[in-house]
Write a protein that binds this ligand. Structure first.
Ligand code: ATP
Length: 374
């Protein structure tokens, strides 16, 4: 069956990556950072970062602009030297001043945000460039295989300026994986892509990473990128690691309001903790660990809201309703709340804006944090 996206002009080519399983496997390496601090003059880009990545693991470094993600990647690649701490590849300190290993000797593949293709080299030559140490025939065969794997065999002779952004991304990926690096480092590899195509490219890239088996780090500021592609997510803030875990752990058990906000657009309701709970106009929610009288923020996930027959639960008025297909995006006014409650619920078609409905809030989809716990 035709993929629904394939109907849009020019999109079909995006979907035609090469056959899965043909990329060739790497020998994955372990990668670790121990107490890494990085200063640039007055700026501390990283502060005491410790992180161990197992061979073959795919890790996403997630955080807002300027939190130090790229700096950590550059330290792994060897294009920066840490101000303090160690970078270990296969347990060996590759960052020590007297035993520093240069980037080209680390067995690390790189995909930069801007793809960094050589403009005067065609696709094949760009991919072959990474294959130093191969004889001519095997470099040619290896490069062609990598190009075919990302679905660009037809464009092997094309120059970067003739390619779309997405095709350039695929060339950069082919160039990085062709030498079968033990570690693959990718800086915002999807950020320049059209939203409609991101899903396809992300999934194909994930398949390719799994196929090569390389230990991979992907830098991103987009939680969805991280959740879709990574085995573990490392959430960063101001040069420090905030939380490390699977996407489910970060989503379900965020360590702070800051971490929680990264993964969900909550309605936040202020309240005061009393006897282990916070009373709000939409219900009473457990607040374990919060002292009596402590100011709290109750975070209600949009899908925590359920529609129930009027009169049984909480009365709410539909202030806004937007049909999104599988669900409706709702703003619901509830007595006592300053701001409307944001909901993602499938409403019967007959319910209109301005109408009153009954809702219930599933307490296991509500998180409570101490105020200021960001
Ligand atoms: P972005 O998503 O915007 O790329 P990032 O999380 O990757 O951000 P970094 O690029 O690692 O963040 O930068 C972290 C901090 O270090 C920022 O404040 C940045 O301005 C600073 N920084 C990074 N490289 C240098 C440098 N070479 N000289 C001076 N400051 C730098």
């Amino acid at each position: 069956m035709e993929h629904p996206l394939a109907r849009s002009e020019g999109v079909a080519r995006w979907l035609s990556w090469g056959r899965r399983g043909t990329a060739g496997a790497a020998i994955p390496m372990s990668l670790a950072f121990e107490g890494v601090t990085q200063r640039f003059g007055e700026v501390t880009a990283l502060e005491d970062v410790t992180l161990a990545i197992a061979p073959g693991e795919i890790v996403a470094l997630l955080g807002q602009s300027g939190c130090g993600k790229t700096t950590l990647l550059r330290l792994a690649a060897g294009v920066e030297r840490p101000s303090a701490g160690k970078v270990l590849l296969e347990g060996q300190d590759v960052s020590a001043p007297d035993a520093f290993i240069e980037p080209e000797k680390r067995g690390v593949g790189l995909v930069f945000q801007d793809y960094a293709l050589f403009p005067h080299l065609n696709v094949l030559e760009n991919v072959r460039f990474g294959l130093r140490g191969y004889d001519d025939a095997s470099a040619q065969a290896t490069a062609l295989r990598a190009i075919a794997r990302v679905g660009l065999a037809d464009l092997a002779e094309a120059y970067p300026h003739m390619l779309s952004g997405g095709e350039q991304q695929r060339v950069a990926l082919a160039r990085a994986v062709a030498p079968r690096p033990g570690v693959l480092l990718m800086d915002e590899p999807f950020s320049n892509l059209d939203r409609r195509l991101r899903d396809v490219v992300r999934d194909e890239t994930a398949a390719l990473l799994q196929e090569t088996g390389a230990t991979s780090i992907i830098v991103t500021h987009d939680p969805e990128d991280a959740m879709r592609i990574a085995d573990r997510i490392v959430l960063m803030r101001s040069g420090r690691i905030v939380q490390i875990g699977t996407s489910e752990e970060l989503y379900r058990k965020p360590v702070s309001l800051f971490a929680a906000r990264f993964f969900c657009d909550f309605t936040e309701i202020n309240g005061i903790a009393e006897r282990g709970a916070v009373e709000t106009p939409v219900g009473r929610f457990a607040a374990p660990g919060l002292a009596d009288g402590q100011e709290a923020v109750v975070c209600v996930r949009p899908h925590a809201i359920r529609l129930v027959p009027k009169g049984f639960c909480l009365p709410a008025r539909v202030v806004m309703r937007r049909f999104l297909g599988e669900v409706d995006h709702l703003l619901l006014a509830v007595g006592g709340l300053e701001k409307p409650l944001v909901g993602r619920v499938s409403l019967p078609g007959s319910i209109r804006e301005g109408e009153d409905i009954g809702i219930d809030i599933q307490s296991d989809e509500v998180l409570v944090f101490a105020s200021g716990d960001t």
